[in-house]
Design a protein around this ligand. Sequence first.
Ligand code: F6R
Length: 600
Amino acid sequence: MDGLARLEYRGYDSAGIAVLSDGRLQTEKRAGKLANLRAALDHNAPAADGIGIGHTRWATHGPPTDVNAHPHVDHDNRVAVIHNGIIENFAALRLELEERGCKFTSETDTEVTAHLLAAELHDRGDNDLAAALRSVCRRLEGAFTLVAMFAEEPDLVVAARRNSPLVVGRGEGENFLASDVAAFIAHTRDAVELGQDQVVELRADSVTITDYDGNPAEVREYHVDWDASAAEKGGYEYFMLKEIVEQPRAVADTLLGRVGVDGTLTLDEMRLAPSELRDVEKIVIIAAGTSFHAGMIAKYAIEHWCRVPCEVEVASEFRYRDPILNRQTLVIAISQSGESMDTLMAVRYAREQRARVLAICNVNGSTIPRESDGVLYTHAGPEVGVAATKTFLTQLVACYLVGLYLAQVRTVKFGDEINAVIAQLANMPEQVENVLATIDPVRQLARSLSDASTVLFLGRHVGYPVALEGALKLKELAYMHAEAFAAGELKHGPIALIEDGLPVVVVVPSREGRGVLHDKIVSNIQEIRARGARTIVIAEEGDTAVHPFADELIEIPAVPTLLQPIISTIPLQVFACELALAKGNDVDQPRNLAKSVTVE
Ligand code: F6R
């Protein structure tokens, strides 16, 4: 149950467990959050002296009811199965099984696997659960991690994966399986990552990993560099609150060891040689959600510093539009979890087209970095709150590092210019700290707006993706209508939305350089204010030009425009979090969401 609690961020529509005790499978499952299952178990705990499996669900097929919760069992209650992902050919398999006399109790795609396993075991007649699972997997289409137990094998858990994540935790006299190391980190930090299409047989004292044909498989063992305390709330009511406060450290850790005193950058794990980077003719960034916003910001920085054309696209659209890629294309896949199915599929597509793929990722051992040519890890530590906060800031840092490294390698700008930016980047943890030290008024402001029905966000240049991120945070946490626009687009339509008292958050670019962008947005603020908007202005300290037009002013330190998103995002995170809390929402587990979206 503690392991499940650590995985609950991945899905919280229902939860269930199955344990094998005295040769009997006992299953308990409940719709809703894990607390419901805990309460049920308090009344009726099965004797748990053997092995067990458990699951928290993010519903795909069938609503979140007790019946649809996992584990699922065959009709003789001999086999129990849990599953992440989607079995795409489940309808045909279900029909086949029904013709064979199987009675289904749920609406899930998962249940077919329990019946298929039982049928396979019956046909084989040898009780070889791993062999039966291999045969079943060969028949399945789609994405899955499957974990199964069999009443005749009281010491054995078997599992298989295709596209969805699965890691093994190796303990002493005990072993674990989970979709994320967080589940077993309290017991062991020694992990084994499972590759694509592999099956694992897990006993207390042995771990055997094979491919779907039963051949021994190659695996990578690694040691997790954080411990259980990093995934605790540490005195905060919500993980999200803690993770926002951890941002100076997360940003510093992502820079650590990568920036030399003389400005040289060391990005060893990138595994892309300078000669390969010099040959790059186009960069394509693919990502989803918040990671996509990091990618949008990266485009501005990379094109400016490196003078290489850079496109950015949501991963779910990418491979369906026949994009133009070749050996000279560098694809950068940004994913906190390293498991988002849309991004993973885009990575595979890009590699098929012979593009080089660099992953920017926070989770060691996850699928996307494993399948990429190189990786740059963000060192944000575990992020449990479903809404991305500290991982977004560290993604920005990683993107800037890649951009600056490329600029150094390709020498299109004067070294001094790039070194100056690197020095400013190295100073960002302190600036993040400064923003957090003065954030309280944002909390009060957010609480005063808890009755608003809509909030608009405006930005220009890198402030535009920041505005998009602010709107996304507000939607996912406060369940409010929020939209972001490039401020210059306003007059092309959205300005019609402005009415008396409508809160509009404006991210004002720094006054650096000629300040052209800055002056244009000051005009935009006046335009919306003249039409009744309540302007909430995020601007750098001492920017007196905005003062007359700001109904509410949020000041941030003055930093170079391209780096400003690292700090201008923070008030928006706090704004959304506080507004959601004022509405009584659970900011760690917002409705309908899951942190790692492992289905397409
Ligand atoms: C928003 C959020 C999501 C993720 C998106 C991509 O707060 O967390 O939008 O950013 O699902 O996830 P990763 O980065 O794990 O690929």
